[in-house]
Design a protein around this ligand. Sequence first.
Ligand SMILES: [Zn+2]
Length: 342
Amino acid sequence: MRNEARPDAEHQIMSTDCLPTQSPPVGWLPPGKAAAVCFSIDDVHPGKSTDAYEAGGDLDRGQLRHVEWLLDRHPALRVTLFVCADWREISPVPTRKTLARIPYLRDRILLAKTLPTGTMRLSRHLEFVRYLKTLDRAEIGLHGLHHVNFGLHPSVEFRDKTLAECNHALQEILSIFDEAELSYVRGMNPPGWDLSDELAQAMFQAGLKFVISARDIITPISKFAVTNMSGLRGASLIYPTPILGGRLLHFTSNFQATSEIDRAWNIIEQGGLLAIKAHIVKNAVGHVALDGLDLLYRNYLDALFAMLEDTYGDSLWWTSMGEISDRCMNSPKSFKAANSET
Ligand SMILES: [Zn+2]
Protein backbone atom coordinates (compact mmCIF):
# COMPACT_ATOMS: atom_id res chain seq x y z
CA MET A 1 0.00 0.00 0.00
CA ARG A 2 2.75 2.43 0.93
CA ASN A 3 4.48 1.86 -2.41
CA GLU A 4 1.43 2.89 -4.35
CA ALA A 5 2.30 5.30 -7.16
CA ARG A 6 1.44 8.92 -6.54
CA PRO A 7 -1.04 10.49 -8.97
CA ASP A 8 0.68 11.81 -12.07
CA ALA A 9 1.70 15.42 -12.59
CA GLU A 10 -1.64 16.20 -14.15
CA HIS A 11 -3.14 15.82 -10.70
CA GLN A 12 -0.87 18.21 -8.83
CA ILE A 13 -2.97 20.29 -6.50
CA MET A 14 -1.70 23.72 -7.40
CA SER A 15 -1.88 25.21 -10.86
CA THR A 16 -0.54 28.51 -12.11
CA ASP A 17 -3.97 29.98 -11.45
CA CYS A 18 -3.04 30.19 -7.80
CA LEU A 19 0.14 32.15 -8.31
CA PRO A 20 0.20 35.82 -7.38
CA THR A 21 0.99 36.96 -10.90
CA GLN A 22 -2.41 35.73 -12.08
CA SER A 23 -5.46 37.96 -12.10
CA PRO A 24 -8.17 37.25 -9.54
CA PRO A 25 -10.67 34.67 -10.79
CA VAL A 26 -13.57 36.07 -12.76
CA GLY A 27 -17.24 35.25 -12.62
CA TRP A 28 -17.50 33.83 -9.10
CA LEU A 29 -19.77 36.62 -7.86
CA PRO A 30 -23.38 36.90 -9.01
CA PRO A 31 -24.34 40.07 -10.93
CA GLY A 32 -24.76 43.08 -8.64
CA LYS A 33 -22.57 41.71 -5.86
CA ALA A 34 -19.24 43.37 -5.07
CA ALA A 35 -17.89 40.95 -2.45
CA ALA A 36 -19.03 38.02 -0.32
CA VAL A 37 -19.10 36.71 3.23
CA CYS A 38 -19.41 33.18 4.53
CA PHE A 39 -19.11 31.58 7.96
CA SER A 40 -18.02 28.03 8.75
CA ILE A 41 -17.52 25.98 11.89
CA ASP A 42 -15.29 22.92 12.26
CA ASP A 43 -15.34 19.84 14.48
CA VAL A 44 -19.10 19.60 14.88
CA HIS A 45 -20.06 16.14 16.18
CA PRO A 46 -22.47 14.61 18.73
CA GLY A 47 -20.18 15.09 21.76
CA LYS A 48 -22.16 16.24 24.84
CA SER A 49 -21.11 18.08 27.98
CA THR A 50 -21.16 14.68 29.69
CA ASP A 51 -18.44 13.54 27.23
CA ALA A 52 -14.88 14.92 27.05
CA TYR A 53 -16.35 18.12 25.60
CA GLU A 54 -19.51 19.41 24.00
CA ALA A 55 -19.43 19.82 20.22
CA GLY A 56 -23.09 20.14 19.28
CA GLY A 57 -24.54 17.13 21.09
CA ASP A 58 -26.35 19.28 23.65
CA LEU A 59 -28.33 20.75 20.73
CA ASP A 60 -29.90 24.15 21.48
CA ARG A 61 -28.56 24.04 25.04
CA GLY A 62 -24.95 23.68 23.90
CA GLN A 63 -22.48 25.41 21.60
CA LEU A 64 -24.85 25.43 18.64
CA ARG A 65 -27.10 27.84 20.53
CA HIS A 66 -24.59 30.54 19.57
CA VAL A 67 -25.07 29.67 15.92
CA GLU A 68 -28.86 29.76 16.26
CA TRP A 69 -28.60 33.16 17.95
CA LEU A 70 -26.48 34.61 15.14
CA LEU A 71 -28.74 33.17 12.43
CA ASP A 72 -31.79 34.66 14.19
CA ARG A 73 -30.25 38.11 14.35
CA HIS A 74 -28.88 38.15 10.79
CA PRO A 75 -31.49 36.91 8.33
CA ALA A 76 -29.08 36.82 5.38
CA LEU A 77 -26.33 34.95 7.23
CA ARG A 78 -25.61 31.35 6.27
CA VAL A 79 -23.36 28.85 7.96
CA THR A 80 -21.48 25.73 6.92
CA LEU A 81 -21.11 23.19 9.71
CA PHE A 82 -18.20 20.84 8.99
CA VAL A 83 -19.29 17.62 10.68
CA CYS A 84 -17.11 14.61 11.46
CA ALA A 85 -18.68 11.26 10.49
CA ASP A 86 -17.39 9.25 13.50
CA TRP A 87 -15.31 11.47 15.78
CA ARG A 88 -12.74 9.56 17.88
CA GLU A 89 -10.39 12.28 19.11
CA ILE A 90 -10.19 13.14 22.81
CA SER A 91 -6.94 15.11 23.10
CA PRO A 92 -5.72 17.32 20.23
CA VAL A 93 -2.10 16.72 21.32
CA PRO A 94 -0.15 13.54 22.20
CA THR A 95 -0.60 12.43 25.80
CA ARG A 96 1.57 9.28 25.65
CA LYS A 97 4.72 11.35 26.15
CA THR A 98 7.24 8.54 26.44
CA LEU A 99 6.05 6.81 23.28
CA ALA A 100 5.99 10.18 21.52
CA ARG A 101 9.77 10.37 21.96
CA ILE A 102 10.49 7.12 20.10
CA PRO A 103 11.12 7.72 16.39
CA TYR A 104 9.56 5.24 13.94
CA LEU A 105 7.28 3.69 16.57
CA ARG A 106 5.50 6.98 17.29
CA ASP A 107 4.46 7.26 13.62
CA ARG A 108 2.70 3.90 13.79
CA ILE A 109 0.55 4.26 16.90
CA LEU A 110 -2.05 6.58 18.33
CA LEU A 111 -0.30 8.83 20.84
CA ALA A 112 -3.44 9.76 22.76
CA LYS A 113 -6.42 7.90 24.13
CA THR A 114 -9.27 7.86 21.63
CA LEU A 115 -12.94 6.94 21.60
CA PRO A 116 -13.77 3.47 20.28
CA THR A 117 -14.85 3.43 16.64
CA GLY A 118 -18.61 3.94 16.38
CA THR A 119 -19.05 5.91 19.62
CA MET A 120 -19.82 9.17 17.80
CA ARG A 121 -21.01 7.64 14.53
CA LEU A 122 -23.68 10.01 13.24
CA SER A 123 -26.20 7.24 12.64
CA ARG A 124 -26.06 6.40 16.36
CA HIS A 125 -27.03 9.97 17.30
CA LEU A 126 -30.22 10.58 15.42
CA GLU A 127 -31.50 13.26 17.80
CA PHE A 128 -28.38 15.26 16.92
CA VAL A 129 -28.95 14.63 13.21
CA ARG A 130 -32.59 15.69 13.49
CA TYR A 131 -31.54 18.88 15.27
CA LEU A 132 -29.01 19.78 12.56
CA LYS A 133 -31.76 19.47 9.98
CA THR A 134 -33.87 22.05 11.83
CA LEU A 135 -31.24 24.80 11.54
CA ASP A 136 -32.32 27.30 8.90
CA ARG A 137 -29.64 28.47 6.50
CA ALA A 138 -27.15 25.91 7.80
CA GLU A 139 -25.51 23.47 5.42
CA ILE A 140 -23.44 20.44 6.36
CA GLY A 141 -19.93 19.86 5.01
CA LEU A 142 -17.53 16.98 5.64
CA HIS A 143 -14.77 17.03 8.23
CA GLY A 144 -13.04 13.67 8.18
CA LEU A 145 -13.94 10.15 9.24
CA HIS A 146 -12.40 9.84 12.73
CA HIS A 147 -10.32 13.03 13.16
CA VAL A 148 -7.36 11.01 14.46
CA ASN A 149 -4.09 9.78 13.05
CA PHE A 150 -0.88 8.11 14.17
CA GLY A 151 2.10 10.27 15.07
CA LEU A 152 2.76 13.61 16.67
CA HIS A 153 -0.19 15.39 15.05
CA PRO A 154 -3.21 13.36 16.17
CA SER A 155 -5.80 15.57 14.43
CA VAL A 156 -4.26 15.57 10.98
CA GLU A 157 -6.21 12.57 9.79
CA PHE A 158 -5.17 12.27 6.14
CA ARG A 159 -1.44 12.96 6.49
CA ASP A 160 0.72 10.25 4.84
CA LYS A 161 -2.33 8.34 3.65
CA THR A 162 -2.20 6.64 0.26
CA LEU A 163 -4.75 7.28 -2.45
CA ALA A 164 -6.38 3.93 -1.62
CA GLU A 165 -6.61 4.84 2.07
CA CYS A 166 -8.08 8.25 1.23
CA ASN A 167 -10.59 6.63 -1.12
CA HIS A 168 -11.62 4.16 1.57
CA ALA A 169 -12.04 6.85 4.23
CA LEU A 170 -14.14 9.01 1.93
CA GLN A 171 -16.40 6.09 1.04
CA GLU A 172 -16.85 5.39 4.76
CA ILE A 173 -17.69 9.04 5.42
CA LEU A 174 -20.27 9.19 2.66
CA SER A 175 -21.88 5.91 3.70
CA ILE A 176 -22.18 7.11 7.31
CA PHE A 177 -23.87 10.33 6.18
CA ASP A 178 -26.21 8.33 3.97
CA GLU A 179 -26.93 5.87 6.79
CA ALA A 180 -27.80 8.83 9.06
CA GLU A 181 -29.87 10.39 6.25
CA LEU A 182 -28.02 13.66 6.70
CA SER A 183 -27.68 15.71 3.54
CA TYR A 184 -24.36 17.40 2.88
CA VAL A 185 -22.77 19.77 0.43
CA ARG A 186 -20.01 18.38 -1.78
CA GLY A 187 -17.03 19.74 0.10
CA MET A 188 -14.64 18.91 2.90
CA ASN A 189 -12.42 20.78 5.27
CA PRO A 190 -9.72 18.15 5.90
CA PRO A 191 -8.73 17.98 9.59
CA GLY A 192 -5.60 20.05 10.21
CA TRP A 193 -6.00 21.81 6.82
CA ASP A 194 -3.91 19.00 5.37
CA LEU A 195 -4.51 18.34 1.67
CA SER A 196 -2.15 15.97 -0.13
CA ASP A 197 -2.25 15.19 -3.84
CA GLU A 198 -3.66 11.79 -2.86
CA LEU A 199 -6.51 13.28 -0.84
CA ALA A 200 -7.31 15.88 -3.50
CA GLN A 201 -7.52 13.14 -6.11
CA ALA A 202 -9.66 10.96 -3.83
CA MET A 203 -12.01 13.88 -3.15
CA PHE A 204 -12.45 14.43 -6.87
CA GLN A 205 -13.05 10.71 -7.45
CA ALA A 206 -15.67 10.71 -4.66
CA GLY A 207 -17.58 13.48 -6.42
CA LEU A 208 -16.61 16.28 -4.07
CA LYS A 209 -16.39 19.76 -5.54
CA PHE A 210 -14.64 21.96 -3.02
CA VAL A 211 -12.05 21.96 -0.26
CA ILE A 212 -10.89 24.36 2.45
CA SER A 213 -7.28 23.50 3.11
CA ALA A 214 -5.65 26.79 4.00
CA ARG A 215 -6.01 29.13 6.93
CA ASP A 216 -4.20 32.44 6.87
CA ILE A 217 -5.07 35.18 9.32
CA ILE A 218 -1.70 36.93 9.07
CA THR A 219 -0.77 37.73 5.45
CA PRO A 220 -1.80 41.30 4.57
CA ILE A 221 -4.83 41.53 2.32
CA SER A 222 -4.43 42.31 -1.37
CA LYS A 223 -5.86 41.05 -4.65
CA PHE A 224 -2.72 39.02 -5.30
CA ALA A 225 -1.97 37.82 -1.78
CA VAL A 226 -1.44 34.08 -1.40
CA THR A 227 -1.67 31.81 1.60
CA ASN A 228 1.38 31.24 3.77
CA MET A 229 0.19 29.94 7.15
CA SER A 230 -1.71 26.71 7.94
CA GLY A 231 -2.20 24.11 5.21
CA LEU A 232 -1.86 24.76 1.51
CA ARG A 233 0.56 27.55 0.57
CA GLY A 234 0.32 29.70 -2.53
CA ALA A 235 -3.47 29.62 -2.89
CA SER A 236 -5.38 32.87 -3.20
CA LEU A 237 -5.94 34.48 0.19
CA ILE A 238 -9.28 36.09 -0.62
CA TYR A 239 -10.79 34.45 -3.72
CA PRO A 240 -12.21 30.99 -4.36
CA THR A 241 -9.72 29.41 -6.75
CA PRO A 242 -9.75 26.27 -8.91
CA ILE A 243 -7.08 23.72 -8.00
CA LEU A 244 -6.24 20.24 -9.27
CA GLY A 245 -6.59 21.48 -12.83
CA GLY A 246 -10.04 22.92 -12.14
CA ARG A 247 -11.42 19.72 -10.57
CA LEU A 248 -11.81 21.20 -7.08
CA LEU A 249 -12.59 24.69 -5.86
CA HIS A 250 -10.37 25.90 -3.04
CA PHE A 251 -11.39 28.27 -0.25
CA THR A 252 -9.09 29.95 2.23
CA SER A 253 -10.20 30.70 5.77
CA ASN A 254 -8.99 34.28 6.26
CA PHE A 255 -10.66 35.65 9.40
CA GLN A 256 -11.25 34.47 12.98
CA ALA A 257 -12.03 35.74 16.48
CA THR A 258 -8.58 37.22 16.96
CA SER A 259 -8.57 39.11 13.63
CA GLU A 260 -8.91 42.89 13.68
CA ILE A 261 -12.05 44.25 12.10
CA ASP A 262 -9.99 46.12 9.49
CA ARG A 263 -9.01 42.76 8.00
CA ALA A 264 -12.67 42.05 7.21
CA TRP A 265 -13.04 45.50 5.67
CA ASN A 266 -9.95 45.11 3.51
CA ILE A 267 -11.17 41.76 2.14
CA ILE A 268 -14.55 43.22 1.25
CA GLU A 269 -12.99 46.34 -0.30
CA GLN A 270 -10.87 44.12 -2.56
CA GLY A 271 -13.99 42.33 -3.78
CA GLY A 272 -12.97 39.15 -1.98
CA LEU A 273 -14.61 36.44 0.07
CA LEU A 274 -14.54 37.10 3.79
CA ALA A 275 -14.36 33.49 5.02
CA ILE A 276 -14.89 33.48 8.77
CA LYS A 277 -13.90 30.38 10.73
CA ALA A 278 -14.83 29.13 14.18
CA HIS A 279 -14.28 25.87 15.99
CA ILE A 280 -17.25 24.44 17.86
CA VAL A 281 -15.12 23.35 20.84
CA LYS A 282 -13.65 26.17 22.90
CA ASN A 283 -11.87 24.06 25.50
CA ALA A 284 -10.75 20.54 24.56
CA VAL A 285 -9.50 18.89 27.75
CA GLY A 286 -7.53 22.02 28.69
CA HIS A 287 -6.52 23.10 25.18
CA VAL A 288 -8.29 26.37 24.47
CA ALA A 289 -8.98 27.22 20.82
CA LEU A 290 -8.48 30.91 20.01
CA ASP A 291 -11.24 30.67 17.45
CA GLY A 292 -13.48 28.47 19.63
CA LEU A 293 -17.05 29.63 19.73
CA ASP A 294 -18.01 31.47 22.91
CA LEU A 295 -20.03 34.48 24.00
CA LEU A 296 -17.22 36.90 23.20
CA TYR A 297 -16.66 35.60 19.66
CA ARG A 298 -20.39 35.45 19.06
CA ASN A 299 -20.83 39.06 20.11
CA TYR A 300 -17.86 40.17 18.00
CA LEU A 301 -19.39 38.49 14.96
CA ASP A 302 -22.79 40.03 15.74
CA ALA A 303 -21.23 43.52 15.70
CA LEU A 304 -19.20 42.77 12.56
CA PHE A 305 -22.24 41.43 10.68
CA ALA A 306 -24.35 44.45 11.70
CA MET A 307 -21.67 46.83 10.42
CA LEU A 308 -21.35 44.95 7.15
CA GLU A 309 -25.12 45.00 6.67
CA ASP A 310 -25.30 48.75 7.32
CA THR A 311 -22.31 49.64 5.17
CA TYR A 312 -22.70 47.41 2.14
CA GLY A 313 -26.41 46.52 2.02
CA ASP A 314 -27.39 44.47 -1.01
CA SER A 315 -23.99 44.73 -2.68
CA LEU A 316 -22.66 42.09 -0.28
CA TRP A 317 -23.37 38.42 -1.09
CA TRP A 318 -24.16 36.54 2.13
CA THR A 319 -23.48 33.05 0.97
CA SER A 320 -22.01 29.67 1.84
CA MET A 321 -19.18 27.59 0.46
CA GLY A 322 -21.68 25.10 -0.92
CA GLU A 323 -23.53 27.83 -2.78
CA ILE A 324 -20.34 29.37 -4.21
CA SER A 325 -19.17 25.92 -5.25
CA ASP A 326 -22.49 25.19 -6.97
CA ARG A 327 -22.28 28.47 -8.83
CA CYS A 328 -18.66 28.08 -9.92
CA MET A 329 -18.30 24.34 -10.51
CA ASN A 330 -21.67 23.84 -12.21
CA SER A 331 -21.12 26.66 -14.70
CA PRO A 332 -18.00 25.60 -16.55
CA LYS A 333 -18.28 28.24 -19.23
CA SER A 334 -18.62 31.19 -16.91
CA PHE A 335 -16.10 30.16 -14.29
CA LYS A 336 -14.06 27.00 -14.74
CA ALA A 337 -13.09 27.64 -18.33
CA ALA A 338 -12.08 31.20 -17.53
CA ASN A 339 -10.03 30.30 -14.48
CA SER A 340 -8.55 26.84 -15.08
CA GLU A 341 -5.85 25.42 -17.24
CA THR A 342 -7.98 22.42 -18.17
ZN1 LIG B 1 -10.98 19.56 13.00
